[in-house]
Design a protein around this ligand. Structure first.
Ligand SMILES: O=C(O)CCC(=O)C(=O)O
Length: 250
């Protein structure tokens, strides 16, 4: 565990191997393959929020008739593999990383992410509570106590490879404080910076990636015809969760 924590501190990212039962993960993948997409990117339509997806559903079967580049579905709440297998393991890592500080899961961001054959370019970003696309001037890192504000877990349900779009990261970017109020204006710079510096670690079923929310990362092209699927959970320090509640951020 200590070595993982050191990696996390140095790079903002660490990969755990052979933690979960592979058969469990494969059966979870099967169960998740029929979940209703909630939001995502559709070829020729672009990003669709939940209202757009509701509209699309009026005329299309979401799982069979829509040409997704990627979509996110809500993680099942009542799944034993998640509740008894995955959550206790990643919660114990949060207890270590947040060292005595209270934390909780971001309730609005427990997703199953399916990545289909596509090449939509990179979309480098930071996670909550470091970046709020709907409220770019909210920069909690600048006024809350110092220290880690969030930890994201990306748990593969299929092997994540360079070919099928394993998540990519820029190591060390958690050491910087970004001015998110100019995030949109800086998009082209971020994309170039990202393309010049990213790593794309493969993560096999049974393992998972764990990274600070302010480590720059991106969804990547899937050049295969297989679906790359994973579950994402995010832990957020309690004072940031309280602040989110106060401001009305999800
Ligand atoms: O699906 C991926 O590889 C990345 C997803 C992601 O970056 C996110 O949800 O913040």
């Amino acid at each position: 565990m200590e070595i993982f924590l050191k990696d996390l501190e140095k790079d903002g990212l660490t990969i755990f191997k052979d933690i979960f039962n592979k058969e469990d993960m494969r059966s979870l993948n099967y169960a998740c393959s029929t979940l209703r997409p909630k939001v995502g990117n559709v070829r020729d339509l672009g990003w669709c929020n939940h209202k757009d997806v509701d509209e699309l559903e009026k005329t299309h079967s979401l799982l069979t008739d829509v040409d997704w580049c990627y979509h996110w579905a809500e993680t099942p709440e009542d799944n034993q593999i998640i509740s008894n297998g995955i959550l206790p393991v990643i919660a114990s890592i949060c207890d270590k990383v947040f060292t005595g500080k209270e934390w909780g899961w971001q309730e609005t961001n427990k997703y199953v992410m399916s990545n289909f054959n596509h090449d939509q370019g990179v979309a480098p970003h930071l996670d909550a509570p470091y970046l709020w696309p709907q409220k770019l001037d909210c920069q909690m890192v600048k006024y809350l106590d110092q220290g880690i504000l969030s930890l994201t877990f990306m748990i593969p349900l299929t092997n994540f490879t360079i070919e099928n779009g394993a998540t990519a990261y820029v190591p060390g970017t958690h050491k910087y404080i970004w001015d998110t109020s100019i995030w949109n204006e800086s998009k082209v710079t971020h994309q170039q910076f990202f393309r010049d510096n990213y790593i794309q670690p493969s993560v096999e079923v049974g393992g998972f990636a764990c990274f600070y929310g302010n480590t720059m990362h991106s969804v990547m092209a899937n050049k295969t015809n297989e679906v790359r699927r994973g579950i994402i959970y995010r832990a957020i320090r309690q004072d940031a969760l309280d602040e989110m509640e106060r401001i009305g951020l999800g």
